[in-house]
Structures are given as C-alpha cells and as structure tokens.
Ligand binder design. Structure first.
Ligand SMILES: Nc1nc2c(ncn2[C@@H]2O[C@H](COP(=O)(O)OP(=O)(O)OP(=O)(O)O)[C@@H](O)[C@H]2O)c(=O)[nH]1
Ligand SMILES: [Mg+2]
Length: 444
C-alpha cells in the first residue's frame, strides 16, 4: 500500500439511491477533475454542477455535483474531490471504472481515508475510532458517546497525560545530563508529586465499571430458569414481538434466541435460553450447555421461577444462587403470578401472560442499564485496547515511584509515555495501524 497513490472509493452505501458519492484523495485529484469534468475555474469548497466524462473515450457517464477540498483543509489532509452522482449501480461502477484508468489512481483499501487523516494529523486514533463507532452506532446513547470521542474528548485527556509525562521526563533528563547546571534536587520531589497525581487520575478513568465499553458493545440480559416457567413468553412480552416459540411442552427452547432492543437509547441484547433440567435428550443437553455459557457471559441474568410452585425452586437455580459472581448479576423473578393469588406481597412477581408488573420489571431493567452504561460528564473509556495501554502506563509509573536509580526511573516514564502514545497514535507503529484500520469499511 502506497500513500503516494491517489485513492478513490464510494463514500455512500451501495444500492439504489438518489445520490451516490465517490471520494477521491491524493496528489492526482486535480488531474482527475481536469480529465473527467470541464470545470474551468476550480475553487476549493465550491459546488460545481458538471458533466462527468470518461478520461479516455470522453463518453458522458453522468452529471452531478463536484466539490473540491484543497489540502490540508480536507478530511484526509490531502487534496480531495467528491463526485456527487446518481446513486445507481451502473452509474457508480462506470465512474469507478473510469477513475481506475487515470495514472497513479487506485481503489482505496479498508480504512485508508481515515488512516491518511491520522497520518496527516487531521485526527488521532481515538477520534478515528470514535468516527467508526459513530457510523456503527445503533442507539442514541451510543451515538452520543461516539460523537464525543470523535470530537476529541479522549484525545484531549490522553494527549495531556502524555504531555505531562514527556515534560517530567525532560526535567529528569536535564537533571541527569547536566549536573553542573545546578538544577535543585527539589525538582525530583516535584516530579514525584506530579506522577503520583497522574497515577490517581488514570486510575480514576480506569475504574469506570466498563461503562463505555458496555455501551459500545451492548448489554446482555439472559432469561434463565427451569423448563416451562415462561422465559420465552417473557421475552416476547418484553420486546413486544413474537420472537420465541411458546408452548406448554417443557423443553421447547433449545437454541439461544437473541433479540436486540433499544432501552431508552441504550443497546440491550435479550437472550432466551433452554430450560435448565437434567435430561438425556442430546439436543436439549446441548441447549442447556449453551444456556450456561450465556449465564457466564451475560451482564444480568433474569432468573425465572413458577409462582405456582412458590417458594420451591429447582436445584439448578439453587446452584446459580450459590455462586457469588452469578448471584451478583441475578435478578430473581416469580412468573405466572396469575396462577397463585396467595403469593406474599413482598416477593417480586410478574405475569408474562396478563402483563401484570411487567412495567415494574422494566423499571428495574432500566435502572440496571443506566447504572452499567450511563454516560457521565467525563468521557468514557470505550475500548479494551485503551484500557490495556493505560494499565501498562500505570504499572510503569508505579515502577517509577518505587525505583531509586534515576536512569531507570526515566526509562519507566518513557515506557508510560509510549503506552499512551500507542492509544492516540503518536508513536507510529505500522503494525498497530494495520490492526485498527482493518475494521473500517472501504470509503472511510
Ligand atoms: N398462566 C400463565 N401461564 C404462563 C405465563 N407465562 C407463560 N405461561 C405459559 O407457560 C407455558 C410455558 O411457557 P414458555 O414461555 O414456553 O416457557 P419457557 O420457560 O420458555 O419453557 P422452555 O422453553 O420449555 O424452557 C406456556 O403454555 C405459556 O403460555 C404466565 O405468566 N401465566
Ligand atoms: Mg422457551
């Protein structure tokens, strides 16, 4: 992949649409415009109505709007042009095919526009990833979080931390390298103090209960219980759609049924599972195995029991409640309230059939969801990659504090700064870029 090439790709999704946009970026952009349009007085950031023709045959391919963005004032920082043409397949293909005929022009690779934007200092890696999240956002809260990140909320914090580290490192190195300059020893005490404060700030950012990551990835709620307690009925009731088969036969559900649901702007994935019981039936056993996998990995488990059996629950439910980690994320609910009028008031019960107390259950779910994903004033840590580098940075800073030798202290500070640099992309690690930009789509 050469960054000398001029690249092109559709910026809009393929399909039938009124308008389709093809974006061109690189040194040949002006040449492309000259070869494919008859625009005379090209100006940056103006909309030109023009015919687009084939650079070799001169055949008219379409007519539409051209906008030229002169570098560095463009998305990538290079010269960029946008062809706004009709959004049908044949039109788009004809333009793309024509572009391929111009020297030094080629189809863009995945994420190449964003990658160039980062390399040209238009944004850092967290902003590029924020933009990726924005494009993929499904709910309003995900969008809000992604937009903040794209606008540089995380970049600002991480860059300032890195700056502090580099600054303190410079002070230390001056102290080490120029003893005759008589830099006072008190400087070292100051550095210690600054680093101690910094550790506290980073730790505070890290101890967010993974809210930002949860919001990016979605929150998983699993419905669990013995066969026939009404898990599938409840799922259908909650998402107001007939997604799972309900029947009076015990052992109806086997596969895990996942349904995506927008809860007040937060992404929630409900998972209905096979009823837990001992069985010799092979398919059901597999279903139960899968149910247990979901119990482990989900954020909340809605443990359902049959109110007609109150207060008896099954052995499997007992086992789940004995496990400290699982118990912590379990919400216990008696279903089929309508079948047991003598249920004590204080036990939480619902009826998936009549809908009684379903709104109360929703209140509980919403509370959990907001607790686990709610946005704060401070921008959230959104990716495991950031978390890992920040943890490495904290470890290096703590080694710094415990180290006596100045050179080794400085080395630890350098390592910490490097970790932060990896998050924002200040240290240009090709490998790292490859990993990150492969998730982008072509044209971004
Ligand atoms: N009376 C009453 N019946 C219910 C209620 N909820 C579910 N049922 C009935 O209970 C039976 C089992 O419901 P399902 O939703 O299939 O139960 P399940 O827990 O998914 O069962 P498996 O998939 O077999 O594990 C069906 O006949 C439902 O109509 C309720 O609140 N009240
Ligand atoms: Mg079921």
């Amino acid at each position: 992949m050469s960054f000398q090439d001029t690249i092109f790709a559709p910026a809009t999704a393929s399909g039938i649409a009124g308008v389709g946009i093809i974006r061109i970026s690189g040194k040949q952009t002006k040449n492309v415009i000259q070869k494919m349009t008859s625009i005379k007085n090209l100006k940056s950031r103006y909309a030109f109505y023009t015919k687009f023709h084939h650079p070799l045959t001169q055949e008219v391919l379409d007519e539409g709007i051209l906008i030229f963005f002169e570098g560095p004032n463009s998305f990538t920082g290079e010269d960029v042009a946008e062809f706004h043409v009709h959004g049908g397949r044949a039109v788009m293909l004809s333009i793309l095919e024509a572009l391929g005929k111009i020297e030094e022009c080629r189809f863009a690779e995945r994420g190449e526009y964003s990658r160039r934007a980062v390399l040209n200092g238009k944004m850092d890696l967290t902003q590029a990833e924020g933009m990726l999240d924005l494009i993929h956002a499904q709910t309003s809260k995900q969008k809000e979080q992604a937009f903040r990140q794209m606008s540089g909320a995380l970049e600002e914090i991480y860059t300032s931390w890195r700056k502090t580290m580099v600054h303190e490192l410079a002070l230390m190195e001056a102290y080490i390298d120029f003893p005759e300059e008589e830099i006072p020893d008190s400087i070292l005490v100051k550095v210690q103090k600054t680093i101690t404060d910094l550790i506290a700030q980073i730790k505070d950012h890290l101890s967010d209960n993974h809210k930002g990551e949860n919001l990016r990835e979605g929150f998983h709620i699993t419905l669990v219980g013995a066969p026939n307690v009404g898990k599938s009925s409840l799922l259908n009731k909650l998402v107001q759609k007939d997604v799972a088969i309900v029947s009076k036969t015990a052992g109806t559900t086997r596969d895990v049924i996942e349904t995506y649901f927008d809860v007040k702007g937060y992404p929630v994935i409900f998972q209905d599972t096979a009823g837990l019981r001992e069985t010799n039936e092979e398919i059901e056993q597999e279903g139960i195995k899968r149910a247990f996998q979901k119990i482990e990995s989900s954020d909340i488990i809605l443990l359902l029991a049959d109110a007609a059996d109150y207060p008896k629950t099954t052995k499997e439910i007992g086992q789940i409640l004995e496990n400290e980690t699982l118990k912590e994320k379990a919400l216990f609910v008696w279903n089929k309230k309508d079948l047991n009028p003598s249920l004590p008031k204080e036990v939480f019960s619902i009826s998936a059939k009549t809908g009684e107390n379903i709104s109360k259950l929703w209140t509980l779910i919403e509370k959990e969801v907001e607790e686990k994903m709610g946005l704060n004033e401070a921008p959230a840590l959104t990716r495991l990659r950031y978390r890992q580098e920040l943890e490495k940075a904290v470890a290096a800073l703590e080694r710094f504090l415990n180290e006596n030798e100045l050179e080794l202290q400085a080395e630890n500070l350098r390592q910490a700064a490097r970790s932060i640099g990896k998050i924002t992309g200040v240290v240009e690690v090709e490998e790292l870029f490859d990993v990150i930009f492969k998730d982008f789509c072509i044209g971004k």
